[in-house]
Design a protein around this ligand. Sequence first.
Ligand code: MG
Length: 383
Amino acid sequence: MLGAIIGDIVGSRWEFNPTNDYNFELFSDKNNYTDDTICTIAVADAILNGSNDFGQYIHSWCRRYPHPMGGYGGRFAQWVMSDHPRPYGSYGNGAAMRVSPVAWALNSCKEMLHVAKMTAGCTHNHPEGIKGAQAVAFTIHNARILRAQYGKNLGEELLRDLLEYTLWKFPGYNFDVQTDAVQNRFDETCQGTVPVALWIVQNSTGFEDAVRRAVCLGADADTLGAIVGSIAEAIWGIPEWLKTKALTYLTDEMKCVVKEFHNRTKNNKPQSALIYGVEYSNPDLEDWQPEDVPSLTFTEQQYKTFVRGYIPDWECRFAPFQYKDWLYITRSGFWLKKFRFEKKDDGLYHLAEHFTTRKTMGNDLLKTVLIEGYYDPPLFCRQ
Ligand SMILES: [Mg+2]
């Protein structure tokens, strides 16, 4: 969520005074938090208090800050001032800029998407408003999973996979974005902002780079900055100095929520893994049964080829895959085997440990994948 706040503060100066200079000043006394930060913190505050009444929390927080930098959008301002606020069918990008805490607090994808819908629905109950919130939360959720699997540097291919997974899940969004069509155009809609945010992230190489690209597009700088920042945080993490600097702009009660939210969510672990576009449960939660360890060895080259993984297709039903310190054999959303090799003095990698889930076929499966035809040329050599 701090990524959204940083994107908002950095972009605030340029919301109504757009810049196309990539090397603009990130922070100054002309920057401040805006509605994007207030609403994001309100969502986090509701979660911290175990409430799903996001409308009440957003309403209350916005009332406490009636005149933020940049003000509130027309319809939203009326909603804030109303004593009986009702959803008003909005598809504005406000649904997408405030949703990020949900993706950090909830580990189950299904539940997370449901709560993301609720954060939008109290005002932005148009299908495009809900879709925008869910698409951003879904991307953050999956970025967390990939970072747990691969660490900080996802690389271009995984980054593309991550974002294409969002496009697949939310038909209608695409990356066919022409710079001329979006540069210096103020588009406040979800459908006009979220695909642009995903496109910017796809072309970025780090957190600061992504936020700079978002803000200097000359569009809805603070909100696009907030959405891009929220996704970029999950992909690359945030440099410490940026966190420290951004917090100096917040009020004490805002800082309290940010810190408490961080403390409560920092040890959260996504309950799933993504392998070639298929969602798997967290393998650490599987009931793994130890198995006999047959005598199997790989040469250095064979081992390296194997740990790169193997994309499943109609010819190859099982996908060998590395996750953290273990090698796995997976199929269609199920973990089947996990094993670990040890490099010995003979320079070869020896199978050292071998576990199975109940859904597997015992040692036959290990032989099937490692020995009989899942590689050409065969990777396995028997001692
Ligand atoms: Mg704003």
